[in-house]
Ligand binder design. Structure first.
Ligand SMILES: [Zn+2]
Length: 415
């Protein structure tokens, strides 16, 4: 009971301390906690992968002039007409992969400090994300949204994948450890991100540094990678604002931040992205009652949904949730969340009465290192194939792995 009261009293010192320090630490060290144990007792003889350092500043694929030209022709502004007469019903597995805010400056993330191991474990670099897109496209994956699952028809040989993100809030620890500062509207009118370049100490607007700008531009280059315009899902908590803007109730400059974030939300929507709740306080819920869930959902509704609009998507923090069928679980459904997601490498999706539940693969350092340790087509001691083969089936992890992570998690290699 004591614990629950601490979560609720948002002005209480303990709670502030909890949000500022414990939540980030928990985010880093608890997601995919199941995986940790299995990684720990393996000899970390990690291949560095064939991935050479890639200079990560590149021009946006869609230039402003191209964008304006297309927009000025009314007959071309609608969605492209695609002949779908050869599409076939898809009944196979539906992959769902997810990412935290990307690491743009590995020299700040994998710098050997007390947060570096967590950054390596649970984060993905912008270079890795770009390579993952290339691999998915090459291996015949097509982006979809959960709303498209019913009666899904795809070109023959194509396989669906959902891409989602968590914690697109840019908490202070992320900013200090090589992630972006916030999302912004780019010079071409499409989504971009900003961060201070540690080399120049100058703020840069980039289109190659975060999931959304990278994906948007990838789809412009490869329109057939996106089914009916699907992009990625933006997962948001609420306790530290959203998208890098401190819009939470106790923010000192809330009104200004709320004005500033509006064009960014509109830009994300216009570029095709949708939103999900990742809870308000980023708490575990397997140990909470319906009253806690209600209060957390309500706070998210008040402070986040009021800005981004309603959503039926919910991503459980740490992949931790109350038992199906309990009042606590039911409370999420009552709030309108009918696509709920846990975390797991094994592809899992089930239609319960009134809602869908699936697991999302965490494509981060923990998973990449485990994949590389095992190699392709690994067979466990019990004779069963490793679940990590499922990741290899989607992509060449050797190619994806960013060599700047180094051999030891948290100890980057910048030679
Ligand atoms: Zn999270």
């Amino acid at each position: 009971m004591k614990k629950k009261r601490r979560y609720r009293k948002s002005k209480h010192m303990h709670t502030k301390w909890f949000y500022k320090w414990m939540v980030p630490i928990l985010v880093l060290f608890c997601v995919g906690g199941v995986l940790i144990a299995s990684v720990i007792h393996r000899d970390p003889a990690i291949p560095t992968g064939g991935a050479a350092f890639v200079e990560s500043s590149r021009e946006p694929i869609v230039s402003e002039s191209e964008f304006l030209e297309v927009s000025s022709k009314p007959e071309e502004t609608g969605p492209p007409v695609i002949d779908e007469s050869d599409y076939v019903e898809y009944n196979g597995p539906i992959e769902h992969i997810f990412f935290h805010p990307l690491v743009v400056y590995p020299e700040l993330a994998f710098d050997g400090d007390y947060q570096a191991k967590g950054m390596d474990d649970y984060m993905t670099t912008n270079v890795e994300f770009q390579r993952i897109l290339e691999e998915l496209y090459k291996n015949d994956y097509v982006l979809i949204y959960p709303s498209m699952i019913a009666d899904l028809k795809l070109p023959p040989e194509k396989k669906p994948v959902i891409i989602s993100t968590d914690d697109i809030n840019y908490y202070p620890y992320m900013r200090e450890n090589g992630c972006n500062d916030k999302l912004v509207v780019g010079e071409d009118g499409h989504i971009a991100s900003t961060a201070v370049n540690p080399k120049t100490q100058k703020e840069e607007i980039r289109t190659d540094a975060e999931v959304f700008p990278i994906l948007y531009r990838f789809v412009q280059e490869h329109p057939d990678f996106s089914h009916h315009g699907a992009m990625a899902i933006v997962g948001l908590t609420g306790y530290d604002g959203i998208l890098g803007y401190r819009t939470q109730k106790d923010s000192p400059n809330r009104a200004k931040e709320m004005e500033a974030v509006k064009p960014v939300i509109e830009c994300l929507k216009k570029d095709g992205f949708v939103f999900a709740s990742h809870s308000y306080a980023h708490a575990t819920t397997s140990d909470k009652d319906a009253a806690f869930v209600y209060s957390d959902c309500q706070q998210w509704k008040d402070e986040v949904e009021s800005l981004i609009g309603p959503t039926d998507l919910y991503f459980f923090p740490y992949g931790d949730y109350p038992k199906h069928g309990t009042d606590a679980f039911r409370t999420f459904i009552d709030f309108g969340f009918t696509h709920l997601s846990g975390v797991g490498i094994n592809t899992y999706r089930k239609n319960y009465e009134g809602y869908w539940f699936d697991d999302r693969k965490n494509l981060d350092g923990l998973t990449f290192r485990r994949c590389l340790n095992q190699g392709r087509d690994y067979v466990n001691d019990n004779g069963k194939p490793s679940v990590f083969n499922q990741v290899w089936d989607m992509m060449d992890v050797d190619y994806v792995f960013d060599a700047r992570r180094g051999d030891t998690p948290g100890q980057g290699d910048f030679s």
